[in-house]
Design a protein around this ligand. Structure first.
Ligand code: ASP
Ligand code: MG
Length: 406
């Protein structure tokens, strides 16, 4: 007997038949003698619609009311799934975030979970009842409903698994698992049977959409046994594991990309201590996440250029902040470009194998792709390129690193 958290995403609960299908998958774990908590998303498309309504009625809305609106999608699916389970003879009840409660901080729209009181759920699981839990939502210190940011129900599921000391957290989605790259642009992409937590974290933050980045960080911290699998078939899926458990030693494990990027160059900045701290401090205070940064060596003696990348949605905010501060910062010009994409290769083998960056750059050069910004971590190399070349870059790298063969 095991204690399991199953999480079903929006497409898995996209209509009533799919919800009945989910109920059957839950029942089969119950029939196998397991204790089961289920975390669900809203039906696919629902949250987008709710966000759109909130934006339409007030572009600069009260974030607390935004959360009140967008959290409702999950309220529908927990109720429907609880009934679908009852209909097939499974004892089940629904739980909203505040009823458990999932206590969060007060950052409405992007709240962080601070504490989950799971005692009552544990008691009920032990008594054979399935807990059907609304993902994505919690309750803030002000007693009001919060949401965890888009894609947040992955994080709800992992947090619940940690709070319940669950043996497994199975994330059911509409793909069979984690692939070497996005199969929609590279049909030869291969499903990975295993990936390390660190690689998964880098892949998610580099744009692979299969898991919310925060959920992976949380799973890593709390040692939650994560598995990504499809709700539409019985294939095994991808296990996210510790590095010691990985046997194969591919040069790289996967390629991720993100088209939602933008680039800013500040040219002719005074080359003196404190300038970078001032620029990036200002952006951080405005919650603008900066990703890659390059500073060119001072050419004319006393001036330098800084180029950085950020999420395309944050570009207008960053531009207006920097333009306002132009006199204080003393730069000559600001150029921006949202026609850029980030392509990243990820793999723990980079730690021990030299030459991987060189190979990546050569492959892209052969395709005539110019690298605008480069950044690296111990297990990831990212390049910013013109977005028209994204697919070409991904395919060329996938071939060059022979990712289609295990
Ligand atoms: N329903 C929320 C969203 O669409 C949360 C989730 O699906 O993970 O972002
Ligand atoms: Mg999702």
């Amino acid at each position: 007997m095991a204690r399991i958290v199953q999480k079903f995403g929006g497409t898995s609960v996209g209509d009533l038949d799919r919800i009945r299908n989910v109920a059957r998958r839950v029942k089969s774990e119950v029939d196998a003698g397991n204790e089961v908590a289920v975390v669900v998303s809203a039906m696919s498309g629902t949250t987008n619609k709710l966000v759109e309504w909130a934006r339409d009625i007030g572009p600069l809305h009260d974030a607390r009311e935004y959360d009140t609106i967008v959290a409702t999608g999950e309220q529908v699916t927990v109720g429907l799934l609880a009934i679908a389970l009852q209909n097939i003879g499974v004892d089940a009840r629904s739980w909203l975030g505040w009823q458990i409660p999932f206590k969060t901080d007060d950052v409405h729209g992007a709240a962080r979970i601070e504490e989950i009181q799971a005692e009552e759920i544990k008691t009920r699981l032990a008594a054979g009842q399935v807990a059907v839990i609304a993902g994505f939502q919690g309750i803030g210190p002000d007693g009001r409903i919060t949401t965890l940011g888009r894609g947040g129900s992955d994080t709800s599921a992992v947090a619940m698994a940690a709070a319940l000391d669950a043996d497994r957290c199975d994330i059911y989605t509409d793909v069979d698992g984690v692939y070497t790259t996005d199969p929609r642009i590279m049909p030869k992409a291969r499903k990975l049977s295993q990936i390390t937590f660190e690689e998964m974290l880098e892949m998610a933050s580099a744009g692979a959409k299969v898991l919310q980045t925060r959920s992976v960080a949380m799973a890593m911290r709390h040692n939650v046994h994560l598995q990504v699998r499809s709700s539409f078939n019985e294939e095994p899926g991808t296990l996210v594991v510790d590095e010691e458990q990985i046997m194969e030693n591919q040069k790289i494990s996967g390629i991720a990309y993100s088209n939602d990027e933008a680039k800013v160059t500040l040219a002719g900045l005074p080359d003196k201590p404190g300038i970078a701290a001032e620029i990036f401090g200002m952006l951080a205070d405005a919650h603008v996440n900066v990703d890659m940064i390059v500073q060119t060596a001072a050419t004319s003696g006393s001036q330098t250029d800084i180029t950085f990348s950020l999420g395309a949605l944050d570009l207008p905010k960053a531009e207006s902040l920097l333009t306002e501060a132009r006199d204080r910062l003393g730069f000559e010009s600001l150029q921006s470009d949202s026609n850029v994409a980030k392509v990243s290769i990820v793999g723990t083998a980079m730690r021990s194998q030299p030459g991987i960056a060189k190979q990546m750059f050569e492959v892209l050069a052969q395709k005539g792709i110019n690298l605008q910004v480069i950044s690296t971590s111990e297990i990831k190399i990212s390049v910013l390129i013109e977005s028209a070349y994204t697919e070409l870059a991904v395919r060329a790298l996938h071939d060059a690193f022979t990712l289609e063969t295990a």
